[in-house]
Ligand binder design. Sequence first.
Ligand code: FAD
Ligand code: NAI
Length: 510
Amino acid sequence: RGFLQILGRTTLVTLIAAGGGFYYITQLDRHPGAQLPFDPEKKTLVVLGSGWGTTSLLKTLDTTDYNVVVISPKNYFLFTPLLPSVAVGTLNPRSILQPTRYITRHKTRQVSVIEAEATDVDPINKTVTFTDNSEIKGTVSSTTISYDYLVYGVGAEVQTFNIPGVKEHACFMKELSDAEKMQRAFMDCVETAAFPGQDTKEVERLLHTVVVGGGPTGVELSGEIHDFLEDDLKSWYPELAGKVKITLVEALPSVLPMFSKQLIDYTESTFKESKIDILTKTMVKEVKEKSVVLQMPDKSIQEVPCGMVVWAAGNKGRKLTQDLMAKLPQDQTNRRDYMVMKGTNGSIFAIGDCTATSYAPTAQVASQQGAYLARILHQMAKKDNLISRAQQLESMKAQAPAAAAASAEGEVVDTKKKIDEEIQDINRQLGKIKLRPFQYSHQGSLAYIGSDKAIADLPFMNGNFASGGVATFLFWRSAYLSTLFSLRNRTLVATDWMKVKLFGRDVSRE
Ligand code: FAD
Ligand code: NAI
């Protein structure tokens, strides 16, 4: 009994201490201290975007080196890997957002965060024009600022290949608003199917979801919709559940071409068990209000009725990026080991999905590029400071007395010699600053495939370790939980997972 009492007390004290520690950390995070003001002597670094690349850059950047201005139409960072979970209500939308100011307010020097869309980059005059596209406007809603360095990280936009009806009738899965829209559309289909008097064919149409694109986005989303159906819809709409159908359409011979063959097979067999139909070598040719037009492997055309189409068929460069490329004389498609855009005299750096490099357009690449660039910018600032100090010393040297003189304390001071020594020291330090090219370190590929299963291709001892199943799903969850950018996000996501386990997903339609 005594032992149990001691154990009980120890547990209580530990819990109180952990709770107190947690509270202390969150309060520190919530109330950042004063920051250094902008320094007119420092160069201006303008950062376009608040996505994976630029947020990783901001986290690593030493803001004492520059006056930093961040411009993005979204005043937050979106953790895209968990976006499909938002689309079915597993996660609350706000759990995977991190306001950009939560990051910048913790930097040593203040960072200006502007919610606006860059509309023009002028690489000759080194200016950026940006516009407030939000609903509420002030007296100024468009302006131009100058930069010394520009970090270009605006990401990509959805590729529709100009296929008729995609923009008008399909949902996308790229932004937070897309996931929210899809959730509403899906529940609308379900509720409309439950409307009395619907004929069987119409119910089947409404409950048929077509996901276009067998890349990781399309596969993860199909898996999430299946979970929603199995875990929740079957309970709340028992009369409809058996009629819900998910079809994944992929133009290539297989889904997930970036994963190893055994994981592709595993995904396909899991989908078969989950009754998710995969149509490979099948291309969507048109999206209509109530159907999709498919070109089948034998080139025949079929029109398939459906209630909702989700378009996850890849991305392309933004117009701003195309405009910028057109202004630059050189071809930008080669690898840029230092992230510098050619023809900009070293003033524009591009990172992430907006670049045309040999790397895959993934969060992993973008975040590593962002962190790398932050280190490069620090080295450049250090180099600039040393060079300007050396120039200052050279001019001091020109004005210094030719011979050694006695100081007020009677000590003999040879100013020129002292200056020369300092210049030599600076040259030594400059020699040590080496800008090393970017090297990507692949940490592996992970994807959720539904039914509490995930797949992982992980680099292992110069080879590859492929695994799939429930254990990989737990690994997937812990990997993403630890990758989330803040304690706040981790807590919110973990709580959402727990809530869904206990109470299920919400089926109300906002
Ligand atoms: P983004 O993160 O897209 O950021 C671009 C930023 O630029 C945004 O803040 C945007 O608002 C801003 N912007 C846009 N236009 C302008 C403008 N005109 N002016 C200023 N700012 C602008 N990758 C993985 O490695 N693993 C995954 O599990 C994974 N899962 C994914 C799941 C989904 C559903 C999606 C859609 C993508 C996923 N990705 C994943 C890919 C990953 O999200 C992208 O590769 C990554 O976001 C690229 O980072 P980025 O910084 O280049 O662009
Ligand atoms: P994607 O480009 O990887 O896949 C799109 C797929 O759509 C392609 O396989 C293409 O063949 C197919 N497609 C295109 N047009 C079509 C049509 N008309 N009909 C039928 N199929 C068509 O795009 P996705 O999945 O959005 O991924 C984008 C990037 O984000 C990739 O680099 C991916 O690796 C990364 N990502 C990674 C994830 C992960 O690691 N878990 C999750 C989601 C995205």
